[in-house]
Design a protein around this ligand. Structure first.
Ligand SMILES: C[S@@+](CC[C@H](N)C(=O)[O-])C[C@H]1O[C@@H](n2cnc3c(N)ncnc32)[C@H](O)[C@@H]1O
Length: 313
């Protein structure tokens, strides 16, 4: 079948061209909103990943697991790690960068929280509302995480998963998260964190890879885990009982699994048409680079929990 190698070659060339042409560098929260609007509109991400736009948790050491179940598991692991399950039903929880509401619905349904999810992408918020049954205590609003109009101390818990790489001003982000918490309220955050260059300078190829990973998915910057802690501790709103953990090993399988998922359920992609196939293929190099960065310790999955002190703020 002489056409088969030809077809593969054409697909590879098209993928490479799409990859080179289609950078999505961070410019502002608006550019982030535009990216997520597009990713929501074309439906590809939701078809493959379900309603969670974050990595899965596979255990430490990792065990094989269903791709989507691992994502729901990450939510439960974070809840228990941060002790959120001990909060009374009806506690007010803010999900900052809520995607299409996968975590928010679990937090409302399984833990009884009164949840407000915010995202900078209006398409995501429309989709989150459409996916959420009316009986759940779970609302959504379009909002920039650095311009949240809610009053100080409005929430008993703040939850934010994988939104921080899209935020340029990390100190202001930390301040906003703590500002909105009640004194004694619980912050729980998952972030993608680069190795701290103060401990081990980045080599040139490593910096090049990080640059690609920033500009492909609209990330503003990756903070190190150390820098995130420093930002929280420097907040005028006061931060106590700060704990961190590195869940890179438990989340690593999510990268190769993201590629395998496309082959396991090819119809999910094919049924969206040729542009979705190309779109899916063009993400493969970024996913492979992410896996490389994870393996090397260049990028980590950092989790953080902290309480707001009774600081005056
Ligand atoms: C990787 S997705 C994670 C979504 C969700 N937390 C989840 O786990 O499914 C990043 C989310 O952060 C949101 N985001 C990024 N920058 C934001 C900003 N400045 N203000 C509010 N949301 C933002 C995006 O719109 C998106 O919903």
């Amino acid at each position: 079948m002489p056409w088969f190698p030809l077809l593969i070659s054409v697909a590879l060339v098209l993928t490479f061209l799409a990859y080179l042409a289609g950078k999505r560098p961070y410019q502002s929260p608006r550019s982030v909103a535009a990216n997520y609007d597009n990713w929501t509109r074309d439906g590809l991400l939701e078809r493959l990943w379900g309603d969670h736009i974050h990595l899965g948790y596979y255990g430490d050491p990792p065990q094989p697991q269903d791709f989507r179940a691992s994502k729901a598991r990450l939510v439960h692991e974070m809840v228990h790690w941060a002790g959120l399950h001990r909060l009374p039903a009806g506690s007010r929880l803010l999900d900052v960068g809520c995607g299409i509401g996968g975590s928010a619905r679990i937090l409302a349904r399984d833990y009884g929280f009164d949840v407000l999810g915010i995202s900078v992408s209006s398409r995501q918020i429309d989709r989150a509302r459409a996916l959420t049954p009316a009986h759940l205590s779970c609302r959504f609003a379009v909002m920039d995480a650095l311009a949240m109009p809610m009053e100080d101390r409005s929430f008993d818990a703040i939850w934010t998963v994988e939104a921080a790489p899209h935020i340029a001003d990390k100190q202001r982000f930390a301040n906003e998260l703590l500002r909105l918490l009640q004194p004694g309220g619980q912050l729980v955050m998952a972030d993608w964190n680069q190795r701290d260059p103060r401990h081990q300078p980045l080599r040139r190829p490593e910096q090049m890879v990080l640059n690609v990973l920033l500009e492909q998915w609209g990330h503003a910057a990756f903070a190190s885990m150390e820098a995130v802690q420093e930002h929280l501790q420097a907040s005028p709103y006061g931060c106590v009982n700060l704990h961190t953990a590195d869940w890179s090993r438990a989340t690593f399988p999510a990268w190769p699994e993201a590629i395998r998922e496309g082959f396991r359920r090819p119809w999910a992609v094919l049924s969206l048409g040729p542009s979705a196939v190309l779109q899916g293929l063009r993400e493969v190099p970024t996913i492979l680079l992410m896996a490389w960065a994870w393996r090397r310790g260049l990028l980590r999955f950092g989790v953080f929990r902290a309480e707001r002190a009774d600081g005056r703020g």
